[in-house]
Ligand binder design. Structure first.
Ligand code: CA
Length: 224
């Protein structure tokens, strides 16, 4: 995780930096609000830790300004005063979480992991293999630049194969992920849908991407 700490108490900032670095984080500290905002506007941060009481620009204004500029980087507000009003003010300003000082580093780490996970999920994920692309959020599928119309099941099936990143997915796993069946209904449901999907994704295109591995399942990849 790449973290930016904006905290004017240098001792606290240094302690946080050292501890978080030991937990495989890459940490930069700045000690006032206006240089904090400037740094926060650079791309590439996984999360920001922002103290509320800061010289030059307070933490709440910093977060407000960051959000006003359209930046969605997750923010945890830190404050010596753990009162409810401050917490609400922080969240209203656009912070994702609030941690009253003093806090246990394990709690900070848990909250960091949770907000970073949330923000990664919200970010649009686009899978692509050869000239096929699938946007997880808009559900748009393209092959060779042309948009493909898939039914919702077909699109779930495609997503299931793409998530496996070229590994073989068994019929059982496909049934579980696309139909939420935890049993094999003993029909050729999967084969029927794979055929339909193949018709849309692979027909008129090279190389064929959807592969059948007899007795094992299906894979989506360029190489056999
Ligand atoms: Ca402070």
């Amino acid at each position: 995780m790449r973290l930016l700490i904006i905290e004017d108490e240098r001792k606290t900032a240094a302690l946080l930096r050292d501890t978080l670095t030991q937990h495989d984080c890459e940490v930069i500290c700045v000690h006032d609000g206006s240089s904090g905002l400037k740094e926060a506007l650079n791309p590439g941060w996984d999360a920001l830790l922002v103290d509320i009481m800061l010289p030059k620009l307070d933490g709440l204004s910093l977060v407000r300004e960051l959000r006003a500029k359209g930046h969605t980087t997750p923010v945890i507000m830190l404050s010596a005063r753990g009162e409810v009003e401050q917490r609400i003010e922080g969240l209203d300003a656009g912070a994702d979480d609030y941690l009253p000082k003093p806090f246990a580093i394990s709690e900070l780490l848990a909250r960091l992991r949770s907000i970073v996970r949330r923000s990664t999920r919200q970010r649009s994920v686009v899978f692509s293999v050869a000239d096929l692309s699938f946007d997880q959020t808009s559900r748009e599928v393209r092959r060779g630049g042309r948009k493909l119309e898939l039914s919702s099941r077909e699109s779930l099936l495609l997503e299931c194969l793409l998530r496996a990143e070229g590994r073989v997915v068994s019929r059982r796993d496909i049934l579980a992920s696309v139909w939420e069946y935890d049993f094999d209904p003993g029909t050729n449901l999967v084969d029927v849908y794979v055929r339909r999907l193949r018709d849309k994704v692979d027909r008129d295109h090279t190389p064929p991407l959807i592969q059948t591995l007899r007795g094992l399942g299906y894979a989506l990849r360029t190489e056999p």
